[in-house]
Write a protein that binds this ligand. Structure first.
Ligand code: ZN
Length: 287
């Protein structure tokens, strides 16, 4: 690491300049000839020692006293900046490649911030700004900004991707994306509670877009309890852009019926003897 050759203030100044430059370029591509800001909230950028395979990260920082007051934080991995300054292996080779990589990383993280600001009112709880979200991926594809996650590779096989490729202006793409967001939101709300009256079962389902690794639907956590003879399951799913939301109902039921979850809990609360008996039955069923 040869970052010691630069002073902290010098690096910060350099990063701030780059951030402004990339922000300007994005605004020009997304809203040409319009006098609007790309982001309303402040953006901080800094270097951070991250896992070697990561180029940068994005964080939404909420004010301690006021949850509605937020700012964006972009972290660039130390080595990405170092290679931008020195070229690969410090030999000055491939400098252009390293420059483009840092610019692309900043652009990628800025799009996280943009989607957070623009779509949070529709469903912050679902994380439309995350790496696995079809809205986030659509904007990256439109602007030709790379993403190293599996979610991007998978996204190229979706109908959403094909549609995105047809749009020539960002504003028309965004009308489509807002409709798409509403479709997802409607589906998630609809599937929040599934009641199977005949079988005496209630399923409560929560959905969050993946951090980039999951492309389809993944069962993360399930909490099973029997309350007054009714089996209730509280489930958390992560979802990627390749999950067909027209079939989401079946996909969810299939995961629940086969009990395919990374983490499984059985709640120990029992009200009656019958509940207790059911609890032991549940435990022996490995639910
Ligand atoms: Zn990302």
């Amino acid at each position: 690491m040869s970052l010691k050759n630069y002073g902290e203030a010098e690096i910060q100044e350099d990063l701030n300049k780059l951030l402004l430059k990339v922000q300007k370029e994005l605004k020009k591509k997304m809203f040409p000839r319009k006098h609007i800001k790309l982001l309303w909230r402040d953006v901080n950028i800094g270097l951070k020692k991250l896992d070697d395979t990561i180029l940068g990260t994005y964080e939404t920082i909420k004010d301690k006293d006021n949850e509605l007051k937020i700012h964006h934080k972009i972290n660039i991995n130390n080595w990405v900046y170092d290679e931008y300054k020195n070229g690969l292996y410090g030999l000055g080779i491939e400098k252009r490649y390293c420059k483009r990589r840092l610019n692309n990383t900043i652009a990628h993280e800025l799009i996280h911030a943009y989607v957070y600001e623009k779509y949070e009112w529709l469903g912050d709880e679902y994380g439309f700004h995350r790496d696995g979200s079809p809205v986030f991926l659509s904007i990256l594809v439109f602007l030709n900004i790379p993403s190293g996650h599996a979610a991007m590779k998978g996204f190229k096989h979706t109908d959403i991707y094909k549609k995105v490729k047809e749009y020539v202006s960002f504003e028309s793409l965004e009308i489509y994306l807002i409709h798409l967001t509403c479709e997802y939101e409607k589906k998630f709300r609809y599937l929040e509670t599934i009641i199977l009256q005949d079988e005496n079962k209630v399923y409560i389902n929560n959905f969050t877009f993946s951090a980039g690794d999951t492309t389809g639907l993944k069962g993360e956590v399930t909490n099973t309890a029997i309350i007054k003879g009714c089996m209730s399951k509280a489930n958390i799913f992560t979802i990627g852009a390749n999950a067909d939301i027209d079939k989401l109902n079946d996909l969810v039921l299939s995961k629940v019926n086969r009990n395919v979850f990374e983490t499984k809990h059985v709640m120990l609360y029992c009200e009656t003897i019958r509940d207790k008996r059911n609890k032991y039955k549940l435990q022996s069923m490995n639910i």
